[in-house]
Ligand binder design. Structure first.
Ligand code: NAD
Ligand code: LMR
Length: 325
């Protein structure tokens, strides 16, 4: 058995965490040999509900779950953490876009950025799930001035996984057969699900599917509007699939992506014409506890237009919250 990992999870009484916490405690992030200590943050009025969730965690008798801390103080939650899942924030409801949450949620990430800086290990890995995830991650990183910005990421993995299943169904292959696929940009309807480099069992995915109109007119909008479709059908935003995507994102970052590309929102270094500092979905590979941006891709024509549009939206969001940066 290795040393336990301390994992902060915010919004612990919420829907996503009702799935996420049990997966983490089961060893789905750090593996079956690594004990975990959960440090759960939620608002004062949600503390009783968190206690209920913790009773259920106890009742699962997870062998890897060594301890659970419950708190409404961000610095206590982030003390000495190895990883942080930033889920806590308001979800949208029918008729809203994710950017409508900007004002409601931005302040949370400013406060928590300062606490992260005060309390967390410098090599802690952070994922922001709370919407609008990209811009919240940028606010978090900007307010954690002594904390490495490259350790703060935003979740695009749900969009990535959504697209994989749609492609696999259309191509008649398993989801594992598809490689070198990426979702660029913002976790919003402007996101760009890009099949330019994707393969299915080593063959070009676009040729296997052979239907560009389906790609442009069905696949891209289906993935972009999937969150809305789920809210309309369920009456609440996606939860178990969002938790699963957060697990996939962190597990791959920690243990590697086996050479394949995954989509992660990371702070832009200016490549691909994405202005520096925007927290933007790009293709990365993960190995040895690090992610690396995939470089040298050609982005032109339709892909360039799509990337410019989603990056433009991220730049507008940055402008809207510049007072918090
Ligand atoms: P929820 O309303 O069920 O739970 C949110 C929890 O956060 C609540 O328990 C609430 O008390 C808590 N919270 C609010 N402010 C807090 C603060 N300052 N500190 C700590 N906790 C706080 O919502 P949910 O369905 O779990 O969704 C959470 C967020 O995740 C929403 O913003 C939602 O839009 C987002 N989301 C993102 C993705 C993605 O792909 N990035 C996918 C699904 C949902
Ligand atoms: C999703 O994509 O399901 C989440 O971001 C929730 C939402 O508001 O769409």
């Amino acid at each position: 058995m290795t040393q336990p990992k301390r994992i902060a999870v915010t919004g612990a009484a919420g829907q996503i965490c009702y799935s996420l916490l049990f997966r983490i405690a089961n060893g789905d992030v750090y593996g079956k040999d690594t004990p975990v200590i959960l440090q759960l943050l939620d608002l004062p009025q949600a503390q009783k509900a968190v206690q209920g969730v913790v009773m259920e965690l106890e009742d699962c008798a997870f062998p890897l779950l060594q301890d659970v801390v419950i708190t409404d103080d961000p610095a206590t939650a982030f003390r000495d953490i190895d990883a942080g899942f930033f889920v806590g924030s308001r979800p949208r409801t029918a008729g809203m876009e994710r950017r409508d949450l900007l004002n409601a949620n931005a302040e949370i990430f400013r406060t928590q950025g300062r606490a992260l800086d005060e309390a967390a290990k410098r090599d802690a890995k952070v994922i922001v799930v709370g919407n609008p995830a990209n811009t919240n991650a940028m606010i978090l990183a900007a307010n954690a001035k002594g904390f490495p910005t490259e350790n703060v990421t935003a979740m695009l993995r749900l969009d990535h996984n959504r697209a994989l299943t749609q492609f696999a169904k259309k191509a008649g292959v398993g989801v594992d057969a598809i490689e070198k696929f990426v979702v660029w940009g913002n976790h919003s309807p402007t996101m760009f699900a890009d099949w330019s480099n994707a393969t299915a069992d080593g063959r070009k995915l676009a040729e296997v599917i052979g239907d560009e109109a389906w790609y442009k007119e069905t696949l891209i909008p289906t993935v972009a509007k999937r969150g809305t479709a789920i809210i309309e059908a369920r009456g609440a935003s996606s939860a178990a699939s969002a938790a699963n995507a957060a697990i996939d994102h962190m597990r791959d970052w920690i243990s590697g992506s086996n050479g394949d590309w995954v989509s992660m929102g990371i702070s832009s270094d200016g490549s691909y014409g994405i202005p520096e500092g925007l927290m933007c979905g790009v293709p990365v590979t993960c190995a040895n506890g690090r992610y690396e941006r995939v470089t040298g891709l050609t982005v032109e024509g339709f892909a360039r237009e799509m990337l410019d549009k989603t990056v433009g939206e991220l730049a507008e969001e940055r402008e809207a919250v510049k007072a918090l940066l």
